[in-house]
Design a protein around this ligand. Sequence first.
Ligand SMILES: CC(C)(COP(=O)(O)OP(=O)(O)OC[C@H]1O[C@@H](n2cnc3c(N)ncnc32)[C@H](O)[C@@H]1OP(=O)(O)O)[C@@H](O)C(=O)NCCC(=O)NCCS
Length: 171
Amino acid sequence: MNASPDSATPSPEGEPAGRPVRDSYSEYVEITLPNDANPLGTLFGGKLMQWVDLAASIAASRHARSAVVTASIDSLTFLRPVHIGQLVTLRSAVNRVFRTSMEVGVKVFVEDLRTGMVQHVSSAYLTFVAISGEGRRVIPPPVLPETADELRRFEQAGQRRAYRLANRAAR
Ligand SMILES: CC(C)(COP(=O)(O)OP(=O)(O)OC[C@H]1O[C@@H](n2cnc3c(N)ncnc32)[C@H](O)[C@@H]1OP(=O)(O)O)[C@@H](O)C(=O)NCCC(=O)NCCS
C-alpha cells in the first residue's frame, strides 16, 4: 500500500467545503447469538469490539466516501454483560476530521426484547484514515457540527487527539 502523505488525493473538485456530522450518522444492529458468547454465556468482548469497529467504519466511510482503515481505538469499557437473545444497537458518527484522519464516536445500547428495557453498555472513540482503491491516502472533507452535542464532541475530539498523539506508540 502506497500510503505516503504527499500522495493524498484531495476531495473531488466542486465538493462542498464540508459535510454535516448528521450525514455520517449510522446505526448497526446485531442480535446476540450463542456463537457470540463467552464460556459464561454472555457476549464475548472481542465480538463487541468487532461490531464497534464495523459500526465506526461505516460512519467514517459515509463521511469520506471512500474505504477506510482503523488507525487506533482509544479505550473500550464494558459497563454490563449482554445476554444471548438481546439486541445490540451501535450508533456511530464522525466527530471531527483532522488532516487525513477522522475521529468516530460509537455508543452501544442493549435492548431486552421481552421487556423493551434499553441500557447503555459501552462507548468508544476510534481513529480512521481514508484510503483509495489504489491504496492512496484520501483527504476527507471537513465535518460540520450543527447541534450543541456535535459541537461539544468536535471540541473534545481536539483534546482527545492531543492526548492520543502524545501517547502514540514510538514507531
Ligand atoms: C493508519 C496508517 C495508515 C497511518 O499510517 P502512518 O504511516 O502512521 O501515517 P501518518 O503518520 O501520516 O498518519 C496518518 C494520520 O493518521 C493519524 N494516526 C496514525 N496513527 C495513529 C494512532 N495510533 N492514533 C491516532 N491517530 C493516528 C495521524 O495522526 C495522521 O492524522 P492527520 O493526517 O489527521 O494528522 C498506518 O499505520 C496503517 O496502515 N495501519 C494499519 C491500518 C489497518 O490495517 N487497520 C486494520 C486493523 S489491523
